[in-house]
Design a binder for this molecule. Structure first.
Ligand code: NAI
Length: 266
């Protein structure tokens, strides 16, 4: 059900690869709520993903940008503001990638060159996006930025490997930049820590299906779906949550607060 929560707002959505992506569902939901968005992803992802289909559906454009490349980000903001006709009200950062995980390197045998890449793509890219926007004054007053994380930032999930460090850094950047952007322009920066979700990035984690079922059995409400994540994200982009900033918000059916559940004991 649409409530026009984002009527008149303009946003940039990073990270829609295919229709399983969290960013895909969030982009669709934002438009349903009255927003206009531009879509962006890494040039390589544009070649094998399906983002053009989404752009057609949402009647918008795709602007290629590697989120670790400052020149690309500069251009992305310029082109987005030109296409949308003004400053940006919200940004979704939905980006994650680990070569060590993809190549199944053990956590105790990481290749550090790849780890640096993981941290750059999955975490420092949020700083780069925010710093580019800040220096260009590309965000409206009371704008809202959301990035997606996972509980491995706070608790140990061995199979998540170096992505745990990425998420801890990502959440720290949201707090630190949230201070500076809040003090300057009332822009808020938050993290949604999402349930395991069956997407390309999610399924890249070892034993993902078993972990997905475990989390589902542990959480009193079960795992939060990508559609539910889209609903929650819309609230953070809306004016209804204007004094929420620098937070890691757990959107996981209660999983993060659990120690044991009756379902697991069974
Ligand atoms: P996905 O694979 O659909 O999305 C990841 C996106 O990151 C892709 O679109 C990919 O092209 C993009 N990306 C990779 N390198 C990039 C670069 N250099 N520049 C720009 N974009 C780049 O998977 P999903 O699950 O939708 O992931 C989105 C976010 O949600 C990630 O931050 C992920 O860690 C997080 N998340 C996912 C969970 C899951 O279980 N699927 C759970 C909690 C958080």
């Amino acid at each position: 059900m649409a409530n026009n929560l984002l009527a008149g707002k303009k946003g940039i959505i990073f990270g829609a690869l295919d229709d399983k992506s969290l960013a895909w569902k969030i982009a669709e939901r934002c438009v349903e709520e009255g927003a206009q968005v531009t879509l962006t992803n890494a040039p390589v992802a544009l070649r094998f993903g399906k983002i053009d289909e989404l752009a057609e559906k949402l009647d918008t454009i795709v602007i290629p940008a590697d989120a670790t490349n400052l020149e690309d980000l500069n251009e992305l903001f310029d082109k987005s503001m030109e296409h949308l006709g003004g400053k940006i009200d919200f940004i979704l950062h939905s980006i994650g990638m680990s070569i060590n995980v993809r190549k199944k390197r053990e956590y105790t045998n990481l290749k550090y060159e790849w780890m640096n890449k993981t941290l750059d793509v999955s975490a420092i890219s949020l700083h780069k996006v925010l710093q580019t926007a800040y220096q260009k004054d590309a965000l409206s007053d009371w704008g809202s930025v959301v990035a997606l994380s996972f509980l491995a930032a706070q608790r140990t999930f061995p199979q998540y490997s170096e992505m745990a460090e990425s998420k801890a850094l990502l959440e720290s950047i949201a707090r630190s930049f949230g201070y500076h952007y809040g003090a300057k322009k009332n822009v808020r920066v938050n993290i949604i820590s999402q349930s395991p979700t069956k997407t390309t990035a999610g399924s890249g984690v070892a034993d993902f299906d078993r972990f997905y079922d475990y989390a589902d059995d542990m959480a009193p409400l079960g795992n939060a779906s990508s559609e539910a994540c889209a609903d929650y994200t819309v609230t953070l982009f809306s004016d209804l949550t204007r004094f929420v900033t620098m937070q890691t918000l757990f959107h996981d059916g209660g999983f993060s607060m659990m120690g044991m559940s009756a379902n697991i004991l069974k």
